[in-house]
Design a protein around this ligand. Structure first.
Ligand SMILES: CC(C)(COP(=O)(O)OP(=O)(O)OC[C@H]1O[C@@H](n2cnc3c(N)ncnc32)[C@H](O)[C@@H]1OP(=O)(O)O)[C@@H](O)C(=O)NCCC(=O)NCCS
Length: 134
């Protein structure tokens, strides 16, 4: 039985452990504790999934509450994948801001996932990485 909670008041070590337990750990700066803590603190729409007292999933978004919610991370512990937790995290995220569209960049491992749960690819997504000239 998985329970879902809203809020970013989370122990950074517990969240680090979750990211380590999935492939997303290699794609986020989890070794930089201060920066990772700031990523959690700076997200204003965070839904977590719990198996008892074990954190098994998280959707970390930045939302204006009415137009767009940017899903920065969606992560489910390897041991708990393919049980509907990722989809439920997205549902719960959308429930908090039902008029907002969900926007995200897929990790390479998840490019087949998002169409499966209903997302459409956008033909003009653009990125400017830190330090790149502007
Ligand atoms: C991608 C991820 C969040 C999916 O979470 P999940 O809880 O395993 O997914 P769900 O159980 O909600 O799956 C919903 C459906 O998608 C399918 N699915 C799950 N992972 C998939 C994948 N990587 N590729 C294609 N389909 C996938 C499931 O089989 C299920 O299909 P069904 O509706 O026919 O039963 C999870 O695998 C994960 O954390 N991966 C590592 C981190 C990552 O890449 N995150 C994305 C960052 S953008």
């Amino acid at each position: 039985m998985i329970s879902y909670r809203e809020g970013n008041e989370l122990n950074v070590d517990v969240v680090t452990d979750l990211y380590r337990a999935s492939t997303l750990g290699a794609r986020r700066p989890i070794e930089d504790r201060e920066r990772f803590a700031a990523m959690i603190a700076g997200a204003n729409l965070v839904i977590t999934a719990w198996d008892g007292d074990v954190l098994v999933g998280m959707a970390r978004s930045l939302s204006d509450g009415c137009y767009v919610s940017y899903v920065a991370d969606l992560v489910v512990r390897d041991s708990h994948q393919k049980q509907g937790i990722g989809r439920e995290l997205l549902r719960q995220t959308r429930k908090r801001a039902p008029k907002a569209q969900l926007v995200l960049l897929a990790a390479p491992q998840a490019t087949e996932y998002y169409p499966r749960v209903g997302f459409a690819a956008h033909p003009s997504a653009w990125m400017l990485k830190p330090g790149e000239p502007l």
